[in-house]
Design a protein around this ligand. Structure first.
Ligand code: FCB
Length: 447
């Protein structure tokens, strides 16, 4: 079955990804402070079925077993995130050594297993103390806090970790957290709140990249974006215009700022009354050279004129076809379109697919296995399109499946299973799914 995907270059990096709050559990242990997700997930009505990440996959205690599983899957690399409140329980100031020790042991374990750590500094779990002070990313001073946190982590791990990502999907945690109310801290404010937060996130990214490069010899520094090619739902001029506005808010705002040092002019006009304070030198600070750009991709966006998110005013159209358990369309060519779009428009030196995967309803069969054929087909088809983009010159250096294991899928809770390893939550037993065996075989075949 693997042959249908074909061969990737020998140095292609095969990985799997997770994030701290989604897998670790142990939310109160060894001096960890509270994060905005601890508070948000305990707010009634915010998470499906009232799930929380209190225990999640209990990875904080089971990390050795999890590394053994990664080894069985033949992974080259493991992308995970660090929980800021484990390192700085109050967000800044006193360092919690036990938190650093945990990640240091994890890194040693990975390296012993021959697995390269790809560390993300921020995957959404802001220390609650910084949320309470000046509303989190709304306060410009948070840039210095992020720089301090980055400095502490890179000094401790930088001798062994070379691959660093500053932020995961700034679009989601700012618009989702401050405007749509679906992510922590759950606000429903006007676009200004998201654009202000984003401006500070981009500046923090630029400042942190410098710190990483100072502290870590041979570092590779990047950021991870959720790019979403916007297709007009029809040839009508209002749908074409809506898709272009959506593209501006979802893609160009990020790519233009980070890779060109400017916000797109049509978007500056559209959001004129919602803009944050942009000081002299800001745009240069955020546009640092990137060693790579990480792309997370799950679906395409088919967009019509509508009344969602004024002044963007769009409407998402659901074309007929196959949808995953989380309601996202299966559209393998989308990954190719995204890679081509970014390559053509921005030419980053190197690209990784830092997340791609699917949630399906998985059940343990009578034979004790999980026969997730749909996920196997998904991986096979998406990877074929990655390969097609590469054959047309897009410099993709690796692929990370989301996710290593089933986990706490934010506001939709634990039953949206994305893993290539099944987690039986009551017992915390892990079972490699058929997709996991498929992936392992594919990796072995490519070596
Ligand atoms: C992405 C997130 C990741 C996971 C997947 C399904 O937006 O980065 O943590 O939840 O979606």
């Amino acid at each position: 079955m693997t042959s249908e995907v074909g061969r990737f270059p020998g140095n292609f990096i095969w990985g799997a990804a997770t994030a701290a709050y989604q897998i670790e559990g142990a939310i109160d242990e060894d001096g960890k402070g509270k994060s905005i997700w601890d508070i948000f997930s305990h707010t009634p009505g915010k998470i499906e079925h009232g799930d929380t990440g209190d225990i999640a996959c209990d990875h904080y205690h089971r990390w050795q077993e999890d590394i053994a599983l990664m080894r069985q899957l033949h992974l080259d690399a493991y992308r995970f995130s660090i929980a800021w409140p484990r390192i700085l329980p109050r967000g800044r100031g006193a360092v919690n050594q036990a938190g650093l020790d945990f990640y240091s042991r994890l890194v040693d374990g990975l390296l012993e297993a021959g697995i390269t750590p790809f560390v993300t500094l921020y995957h959404w779990d802001l220390p609650q103390a910084l949320q309470d002070e000046g509303d989190g990313w709304q306060r410009r001073g948070i840039i210095e806090d992020f720089v301090q946190y980055t400095d502490i982590v890179t000094r401790r791990l930088g001798d062994r970790v070379k691959q660093w990502t500053t932020f995961n999907e700034p679009c989601v945690f700012t618009w989702g957290g401050y405007v749509f109310g679906e992510d922590a801290p759950g606000w429903r404010k006007s676009p200004r709140a998201a654009l202000t937060a984003l401006h500070h996130v981009f500046l923090a990214h630029g400042a942190a990249a410098q710190v990483i490069r100072t502290n870590v010899a041979d570092s590779q520094v990047g950021i991870v974006l959720d790019i979403n090619v916007a297709e007009p739902a029809s040839a009508a001029s209002e749908d074409i215009a809506a898709a272009y506005r959506f593209d501006g808010y979802q893609n160009r705002w990020f790519l233009d700022a980070l890779l060109r040092g400017e916000y797109p002019s049509d978007m500056l006009e559209l959001f004129a009354s919602e803009l944050p304070e942009i000081r002299a030198g800001d745009m240069q600070q955020m546009c640092v050279p990137l060693d790579y750009l990480g792309i997370n991709t799950y679906r395409r966006s088919v967009i019509a004129q509508g009344n969602e998110l004024a002044p963007v005013n769009y409407r998402r159209v659901q074309p007929p076809g196959e949808y995953t358990h989380i309601g996202w369309e299966v559209y393998p060519k989308g990954i190719y379109d995204i890679l081509k779009y970014v390559h053509k428009g921005y030419k980053p030196a190197k690209l990784y697919i830092t997340e791609n995967g699917a949630a399906f309803i998985d059940e343990v069969s009578a034979d004790g296995r999980i026969h997730d054929e749909r996920r196997v087909a998904y991986l096979r088809e998406y990877l074929s399109y990655v390969q097609r983009a590469m054959s047309e010159g897009v410099p993709v250096a690796g692929y990370f499946v989301w996710s290593l294991m089933d986990n706490f899928e934010w506001a939709v809770g634990r039953d949206k299973r994305f893993g290539i390893i099944y987690v039986d939550y009551p017992t915390q037993q892990r079972i490699i799914k058929d997709s996991g065996y498929f992936y392992a075989q594919l990796i072995a075949h490519n070596r």
